[in-house]
Design a binder for this molecule. Structure first.
Ligand SMILES: Nc1ncnc2c1ncn2[C@@H]1O[C@H](COP(=O)(O)OP(=O)(O)OP(=O)(O)O)[C@@H](O)[C@H]1O
Ligand SMILES: Cc1cn([C@H]2C[C@H](O)[C@@H](COP(=O)(O)O)O2)c(=O)[nH]c1=O
Length: 196
């Protein structure tokens, strides 16, 4: 099983890209598209504790991930595409928690075979998210996403992510990603173009 992870700030287009790649590759491979947070239990706890305590968040997301990784293993897939993984914990929770501790906490999880970072300016992401209700006000969100974006760019250098310009069209991003992912998979007959 190959594990591909898509990371980026809220509204960077991760879910859209994961679904598009998954759909295209499923004509040739057993593909599972999934996302974090994964379990309903964790989502309820996140709401209950109001997203404030970053240590608690790191522990909750990691517990959720432990369950998620075991579930991934049980899928017998050729390819698992996960919308967020432990890099999200490092990028987001390091706003309030020591990064080294977060890396140690995350070291129990398998390293992905490839991580794609969808990098977008915060203003673009916020525009895309305008319709979504949120607990943070816009100014607070802008400020925190700016830090998270920089954290991701740092992680990209350290962990050798593929950085894609998330402001490109979804068709273009899909083509680029398919090419990257195909290099990891057996036999490289090319697939249909993204629009089909
Ligand atoms: N490349 C793109 N160009 C323009 N709009 C896009 C692009 N990718 C996604 N969008 C749009 O941006 C919005 C957010 O996309 P999406 O939900 O995929 O992002 P996300 O990173 O998964 O967000 P979140 O982290 O909040 O779940 C959606 O309305 C989607 O249609
Ligand atoms: C896995 C994970 C997630 N988060 C944050 C990032 C987002 O604000 C939300 C998830 O919602 P989205 O629809 O995927 O944007 O949770 C986090 O802070 N730490 C994590 O490990």
């Amino acid at each position: 099983m190959k594990l591909i992870v898509i990371e980026g700030i809220d509204g960077s287009g991760k879910t859209t890209l994961a679904q598009r790649i998954g759909k295209l590759l499923s004509s040739k491979f057993r593909v599972v598209v999934t996302q974090e947070p994964f379990t309903e239990d964790i989502k309820q706890l996140l709401e209950k504790y109001k997203w404030k305590d970053q240590v608690l968040l790191a522990l909750l997301f990691s517990a959720d991930r432990r369950i998620h990784v075991e579930w991934m293993r049980q899928q017998s897939a050729d390819l698992v595409i996960s919308d967020r993984y432990f890099f999200s914990t490092i990028a987001y929770q390091s706003v309030g928690v020591d990064e080294t501790w977060l890396e140690q906490l995350s070291s129990v999880f398998p390293r992905p075979d490839m991580t794609i970072l969808l990098d977008v300016p915060v203003e673009v992401a916020l525009k895309r998210l305008e319709s979504k209700r949120d607990t943070l006000d816009f100014a607070e969100k802008r400020e925190s996403l700016e830090i998270v974006r920089q954290n991701y760019l740092k992680l990209a250098r350290k962990y050798d992510f593929k950085i894609l310009d998330g402001t490109l069209s979804i068709d273009r991003l899909t083509s680029i990603s398919i090419e990257l992912v195909q290099n990891l998979l057996p036999s490289s007959t090319s697939l249909a173009s993204p629009g089909t």
